[in-house]
Design a protein around this ligand. Structure first.
Ligand SMILES: [Zn+2]
Length: 373
């Protein structure tokens, strides 16, 4: 059997117990109707969920090469549905209602349909309750895979209806090793990706996206010679970073506008309105993700500075900005760097609560610059 395109191999190094469990399940071709994958962010739950989906949707024991396997790998399989919360507060009840309505439709290509629900801890009580019955007795062709950080954060009624699989935290070193051996890249390049990504899957797609790599670079550029930048320069840096984050979503925005225009002739006004609203939420969610990556990179840079101050930084997380982290380590004391890290955390929270990104970035840079005085 060839292993090409088998997503399961992606968690072989990082989650060996889950790997063995899922290999068995796939080999026996016997699936439960609801799984709950629990583990910290970055532990490879989504990858594992898609690997399981490949096993379920492929009719050739997860061959990795058939049309079904290829489509799952490129996330274009019509019988694989991946959902994420569409609002900063969590899943919208409408999202769950749409999902429930969708359950009764027959699979399009395979014998089964798989629904992956990211961030199951963000199922609000009303959306979780709406889902319960379907979770307990889904149509025979349906398999649910819920992903969550911890069982405590999820309603017990949800947990009790699923087969739980626990993921262990994955160390930075393991992730670097996995990326370098899988993609044949240098450890430095792997570190760059991991400075802003929290999972291997996110890091892999980051390494394939030039706009995301640019966005990270503009975010980190904000810190180079920060002590000497005047207010106009600060604003410029914030603007460039925000623009670079928006550029990531530009392609998606364009294609979704084309889709709406095409559908305008076919759909009713209400349906068009719903489609537009859904796409607006999707764009907002992607933008939030882009800012998060930038802020994570900033955080990694400051952590490098802290490590440098302790006298060891053999493998910096931002090797391409080592001069900047050295400069920060020379000019700021550990207490100030810790304060700067807190400001970044507050900025992440402000953006999650829908703050204006440009204002949030500008305020962040001003506050950090004041620490230099
Ligand atoms: Zn296959």
């Amino acid at each position: 059997m060839t292993l090409t395109g088998r997503l399961l191999e992606g968690i072989k190094y990082s989650q060996n117990e889950v790997y063995s469990f899922l290999s068995n399940v796939i080999e026996q071709n016997s699936y439960g109707h609801a799984y709950l994958f629990l583990g910290p962010s970055g532990s490879g739950k989504l990858e594992a969920a898609r690997a399981l989906a490949q096993g379920i949707l492929c009719s050739n024991s997860c061959c990795g090469i058939c049309d079904d396997c290829q489509r799952v790998a490129s996330d274009t399989h019509p019988d694989l549905h991946t959902l994420s919360p569409q609002s900063a507060q969590g899943y919208l009840i409408g999202q769950i209602r749409d999902l429930i309505n969708d359950l009764d439709y027959k699979p399009m290509l395979s014998q089964h349909k798989v629904y992956i629900l990211n961030d199951a801890q963000n199922l609000t009580p009303s959306s979780a309750n709406a889902l319960l019955k379907s979770l307990e007795e889904p149509p025979g062709s349906v398999v649910f895979i819920l992903l969550g950080t911890s069982g405590d954060a999820i309603l017990p009624t949800i947990v009790s209806r699923c087969q739980t699989i626990t993921f262990k935290p994955v160390s930075h070193e393991t992730m670097v090793l996995a990326l370098t051996s899988e993609l044949g890249i240098l450890p430095e390049k792997a570190c760059e990706a991991l400075s802003c990504c929290t999972s291997l899957e996110q890091a892999r797609s980051f390494l394939g996206s030039v706009p995301r790599q640019n966005a990270r670079k503009f975010a980190l550029d904000c810190f180079t010679n920060l002590s000497r930048a005047d207010s106009q320069e600060l604003l410029n840096r914030a603007k460039k970073a925000v623009q670079a984050a928006k550029d990531i979503v530009a392609d998606y925005k364009e294609s979704s506008e084309t889709l709406v225009n095409e559908q305008a002739k076919l759909l009713s006004k209400t349906a068009i309105h719903d489609l537009e609203e859904q796409q607006k939420r999707e764009i907002a969610q992607r933008e939030r993700m882009a800012y998060k990556e930038q802020l994570h990179a900033m955080r990694s840079l400051l952590r490098d500075s802290l490590t440098l101050q302790c006298g060891y930084c053999e493998q910096p997380t931002c090797p391409d900005f080592i001069n900047t982290s050295k400069e920060i380590a020379q000019l700021l004391c550990p207490t100030s760097i810790t304060k700067a890290l807190q400001y970044i955390q507050s900025c992440i929270e402000a953006l999650e609560a829908n703050a204006t990104p440009l204002l949030a970035y500008e305020a962040l840079l001003m506050k950090i610059q004041r620490l230099y005085c």
